[in-house]
Structures are given as C-alpha cells and as structure tokens.
Design a protein around this ligand. Structure first.
Ligand code: DAH
Length: 425
C-alpha cells in the first residue's frame, strides 16, 4: 500500500502509460504513484532502457507538446520505474474565464464606427475578440459586420504579386515541381577533370602520388643533391618528423615532379605516359599565389622521344583547353631535372599573341618543361642510353585563370569558401 500522501493514477488517464503501451506493449503497466511536489513514477513490468525512454519522450512531445518530461529511469525487482513530471492529471487546469455578456449590438456598432476610415487587420482582430461578450442573438449580426469590414480591407490592400491566392478547383499533378537548388563542383575541380580528359584522349594515365613526401622524391632524385642552391626556388614546408635513413626529411610536396621517379619505379619498363595531378604547397601568398595550390605533371618516356613530341603535346593541350586559335611557345630555361629545359608560354586569349593590357607581351607563362635529365632516368631505374623522355609541370590555378572571360587578377578567392565568388563558375 502506498503511503497516505501518495495518489495512484489509473492506466487510461496516465500519459506515460499510454505512450509505453503504444510503443512497447510487452511492458505491462502496473501503477503510477504521485507525491505532491515530486516527479510522478509510472511502474512497468520488465526492462525499459534509455533508448526506449527517448522514444517515449518523443511520443509525449508529439501528443502533449512541452508538457511532460521523462526525467529518470530506475529499476526494482526486474521492473522499470519511469519518473516524469509534471503530471497532467494533477496539474491545475487553467481557469475558464467567466462569461460576461456585457456588450450590446449597439455598443459593438459604435465601436466599429469609431475605427478609422482605413481599418487594419488589428481592428478586425479586436472586433472578433468582442464577439464572446455579445448575447447569442446578436452574434450573427456582428459577424456579418466583421465580414463586410474584411471585404473592404482586402479590396484596399495592394496586391504584392499577380499570383491568385484563391484555391484553384483544378490542380495539375503532372506539373514539374520546384527544382531544389543544386551546387556544382569547385572551379578548380572542374579544371582538373577537363585537363585529365584532354590528356587521357592522347594516351596519358592519371596517377596520384603522396602530397606529403620524402625529400628524395621531391628534390634529391630530381638531380638536386642536399644543399643544392636550386632547391631555394621551392619555398618548402618541412615536416617535423624523424628523417628516413634513405629518403631523408619529409616535406609537403612543392611540385608534382615528385611523381616522376615514383612513376618510373611503379612502371619499371617504358613506355610511360603519366599525368600526375595533385596539391602542392609553398610558403608564399599573394594575388597570384596561395600556400596550397594544384599542379599537373606530364611525363612521357619511350624510345626516341624528342622535343618535337613535347612541343606537339603542348600545342595539342593549348588548343584543346583554350580553343583552336591558341598556340604554345617554349623558351630556354634552367631546371635541374630536365636538360634542355624550357619555360612554356601560351598565346594570350584576348589578343592572340599581339600584346594587350592583359598579357603585355602577347604570351602568358604557364610553367616548365624539358627533356628528362639522364640522372633522373637513372634514379628511376631506367637506362638513359636506351630511353629518353619529356616532362612538364604547370599550376592549375594559373592555367584556369587564363581562360577567356575570366579576367581574374586574384586567385586567393578560390580558397576562401565564399559562395558569392564560387557560384559564378
Ligand atoms: N616542377 C617545376 C615547378 O614546380 C615545373 C616543371 C619544370 C616541371 C620542368 C617539369 C619540368 O616536369 O620538366 O616549378
């Protein structure tokens, strides 16, 4: 027997019992005990866990929004006691306001006349609120007056659109729905796919190599021994990890050329036609540089490969990417991993090589290229007396922003996550 100051609540009137019997009928309800000032405790046979508790709470929230919260579960003799509050049965019902029929129809009409010439929605609400104070016999007449006012109000409200808000008798269920807004790939990802497609169409295979790599692949195997001054050109981020006994320090890849010797090691026997597209990192940031950027690296090794093959590939890419009028040009340069080496330019898309405000000289420099240095072939286990090859590497952001119509003079917004900027591509 519960102590005297405890009340027992019946199964039907208990909201928690309703919820449990609906959700978990296997747990028979026993009783609910309430004590003034304490959470109620509903007693069920069997084990109810926290997950079940959450479902019960969801059920209660739907049926009695914001009114009951299950606070705790306790267990006794294999049964579950669900603690909850407040108790609907014992909570005080809001007092029903006393009826007061103090308003006559004449009072109501006077009130209506006192409104300004152009009544508002608020006036309508106030008048509607007065109806309960009228005697039943006057209410229909007052309702009629309110309706007239409503019609007047609608007629005087300017329509903000031409849409007809009246429910239509005819509904076309086959009409296409509103299209949800859909995003698109990041412009640099779009450029990567476009570049990949162009090179795949002439037999290149896209590969990916580490973007955090050993010094050996990034520099040393590319004919840049430790402490060689040529390394200074790549403003390198070094990783603070122990050195590899053979491959040296770990760095963030400064260029995609780290893929060259890795690809030779993977394929072993030419022919090789590699396209390595990856993120690169350098310690520099200004309108044309971001510390993280992308490059694509081509490497072709086979019997009898010469500069003509390189030049043909550059021209093919220029036309495929920028259009049939585009041309490429190579100028002598110096890279440790190619001999001879070149800088590669593409003709300006605006003036076609004539010289304009955008390009100044008629050409834009895009990257480097050259014939693979014999030392690099040797590092990759390939006999330089038997095979030759060419390589090139350019920045994707650079190649992308030279497209006609873009006229972007700052590449940093590509990586600032502003949809205002990115949505334009
Ligand atoms: N890796 C060079 C850079 O980042 C670009 C480059 C030059 C790549 C010559 C090559 C090459 O493959 O042959 O500046």
């Amino acid at each position: 027997m519960p102590p005297k100051n405890q009340l027992k609540i019946s199964h039907r009137s208990n909201p928690v019992s309703q919820a449990v019997s609906r959700l978990y009928p296997e747990h028979a309800y026993q009783k609910t005990v309430t004590q003034p000032g304490c959470p109620n405790i509903a007693h069920f046979h069997g084990f109810i866990d926290a997950v079940n508790q959450a479902s019960v709470q969801t059920y209660l929230d739907q049926k009695y929004p914001g009114q009951i919260s299950v606070t705790n579960l306790t267990y006794a003799n294999g049964d579950t006691l669900i603690h909850y509050h407040p108790n609907l049965e014992t909570s005080e019902k809001p007092a029903t306001p006393k009826k007061n029929f103090s308003l006559t129809l004449t009072d109501f009409q006077q009130h209506l006349q006192s409104l300004s010439a152009s009544p508002t929605k608020k006036d309508l609400k106030t008048l509607t609120g007065l109806i309960p104070q009228l005697l039943a016999k006057d209410r229909a007449a007052a309702g009629e007056l309110i309706n007239q006012l409503k019609t007047k109000l609608i007629a005087s409200t300017p329509q903000s659109s031409t849409i007809n808000h009246q429910p239509s008798a005819w509904l076309d269920l086959t009409a296409p729905g509103d299209k949800p807004p859909i995003g698109h790939l990041h412009p640099i990802t779009q450029a990567i796919f476009k570049i990949q497609k162009i090179f795949e169409s002439i037999g290149f295979t896209r590969v990916r190599y580490p973007e955090v790599d050993w010094d050996y692949y990034v520099f040393e195997s590319l004919n840049m021994p430790p402490d060689h001054p040529a390394r200074d050109e790549w403003e390198t981020f070094f990783i603070d990890t122990p050195n590899h006994p053979q491959y040296g320090q770990m760095v963030l890849t400064t260029h995609t050329s780290n893929g060259q010797v890795r690809e030779m090691e993977r394929v072993k026997q030419p022919p090789i036609r590699m396209l390595n597209i990856a993120k690169c990192y350098r310690r520099q940031e200004d309108v044309t540089h971001t510390a993280m950027f992308h490059q694509f690296e081509g490497l072709v090794i086979d019997n009898g490969i010469g500069i003509v093959h390189l030049k043909g590939t550059l021209d093919y890419f220029a036309k495929a990417f920028y259009g049939p009028q585009a041309q490429s040009r190579i100028r002598p340069f110096m890279f440790r991993f190619t001999e001879p080496s070149f800088e590669v330019d593409f003709s300006c898309v605006y003036c076609q090589g004539q010289g304009c405000r955008f390009c100044k000289s008629g050409w834009h420099e895009v990257g480097g290229a050259g014939m693979v240095h014999p030392n690099v072939l040797k590092a990759g286990g390939i006999d330089p007396h038997r095979y030759t090859g060419f390589a090139f590497g350019w920045g994707i952001e650079r190649v992308y922003t030279l497209q006609p119509g873009l006229e972007l003079d700052d590449i940093r917004p590509f990586y600032q996550n502003s949809l205002h900027f990115l949505d334009q591509f």
